[in-house]
Design a protein around this ligand. Sequence first.
Ligand SMILES: NC(=O)c1ccc[n+]([C@@H]2O[C@H](COP(=O)([O-])OP(=O)(O)OC[C@H]3O[C@@H](n4cnc5c(N)ncnc54)[C@H](OP(=O)(O)O)[C@@H]3O)[C@@H](O)[C@H]2O)c1
Length: 221
Amino acid sequence: MNVLIIGASRGIGYELARQSLEGGDTVYAAARGQTGIARLKDLGVNTLVVNTADALGCSGLSWGIDGVRFDRIWHVAGIFGPRTAGVDPPVQQDFDVVMHTNVLGFMRLVPQYFDALADGGRIGVLSSKMGSIGLRNSPSGWTYRASKAALNSTVKDAALVLGKRGLVVAFHPGWVQTDMGGNGADIPVDRSVADLRRTLDALKPSDSGSFFNHDGQALSW
Ligand SMILES: NC(=O)c1ccc[n+]([C@@H]2O[C@H](COP(=O)([O-])OP(=O)(O)OC[C@H]3O[C@@H](n4cnc5c(N)ncnc54)[C@H](OP(=O)(O)O)[C@@H]3O)[C@@H](O)[C@H]2O)c1
């Protein structure tokens, strides 16, 4: 299979690249900086430079993957932003960076994903249970929560446009031991990624436009 991963310099994105390569896939992995690109070159995958936080950083994807059709696309890039406890207003710059990186980046890239998607291809978008309104019982990190709730909304819209050509879903990867999740998180990154890959493969076409835990359990928006 041809696999594209956006936000692959470290954490879940890097592990997706590693496991996909190990599984025999042809992997195109994007990072925004030279350190990430160097790590991915060392891993042995095709590299692309994509920064989801700005228009120029998103615009280069199409020509970097020109002519390649992808069976799996993983949209992983994301930042947490201010680690607030209550309803402390974020400063505008923090708000803008989180929203641009986590939401606007996906909105800018999704038409390019659709152009590059093989017939029946599948897109997994790394959201978070923290974005769920139905499951919410804490306001901590409310800027991040708002960004993932907005991302979930755009995943639903993307599924409506994609129709039967393929599948696009939002995922909660678990609380994962990465730089974002921290060492005290619930699960190691290799287990989360193994689950995510297995679950995306196993979903039914009618599951498009829904929200899933890494293990395949359906989640409330
Ligand atoms: N870890 C968890 O417990 C957890 C839970 C729920 C959801 N998630 C979601 O899962 C995804 C991956 O999380 P993670 O734990 O692997 O986080 P991480 O270890 O902090 O890695 C984040 C990745 O996103 C990339 N990134 C950030 N901003 C970017 C931008 N503007 N353009 C391109 N790439 C960018 C980073 O690249 P750089 O190296 O260049 O910064 C890095 O590769 C995120 O969307 C996160 O919200 C994680």
